[in-house]
Design a protein around this ligand. Sequence first.
Ligand code: IMP
Ligand code: MG
Length: 176
Amino acid sequence: MDKFDLLISEEEISSKVKEVAAKISADYEGESVVVIGVLTGAFIFTADLVRALTVPVETIDFIQLSSYKGDKSTGNFVFKKDISTDINGKNILIVEDIVDTGRTLKKLREMLTMREPKSIKICTAFDKPSRRVNELVPDYNCFTIPDEFIVGYGLDYDGKYREFKDVRIVRTEDEQ
Ligand code: IMP
Ligand code: MG
């Protein structure tokens, strides 16, 4: 059985999400925003974040990427699910679960920029800057975390543990 070490409690997440949502709302004052959640990991964070925003949310859409088979290291992605929203001229807020190497978000930002939105910003629940392979810096981040594999609050290990309300470092069977 996998074992876990608690990293961030439910209460810490909840208060930090509200803090970040307040900052986003202040930054977009007088504007409205289109929220794009990155599936699957960001589904819980997106739901919490949008409910804490006070800026008008025009629409909420989701996108899903997958890397070409065996090609993750080069950052070549295809859309598994594209958004159905026309983002031309809109303020886009991409909501992601975690930025690791930064390849996913760099590519996603490039792909969405081609559709000529008014602006694009990135908000992530967790950031592992020590793992970055490019210059990607999220505009908003709730928690900077060490180079550990975390689960919960939407993040999975092999499809499991997304439903945990807190965030835990997973110690897999092989590591024990
Ligand atoms: P990147 O392209 O390397 O930044 O990959 C980011 C993606 O890898 C995230 O959207 C997650 O799906 C996954 N990922 C990276 N680190 C973790 C982790 O610690 N736990 C769960 N998923 C992770
Ligand atoms: Mg993800």
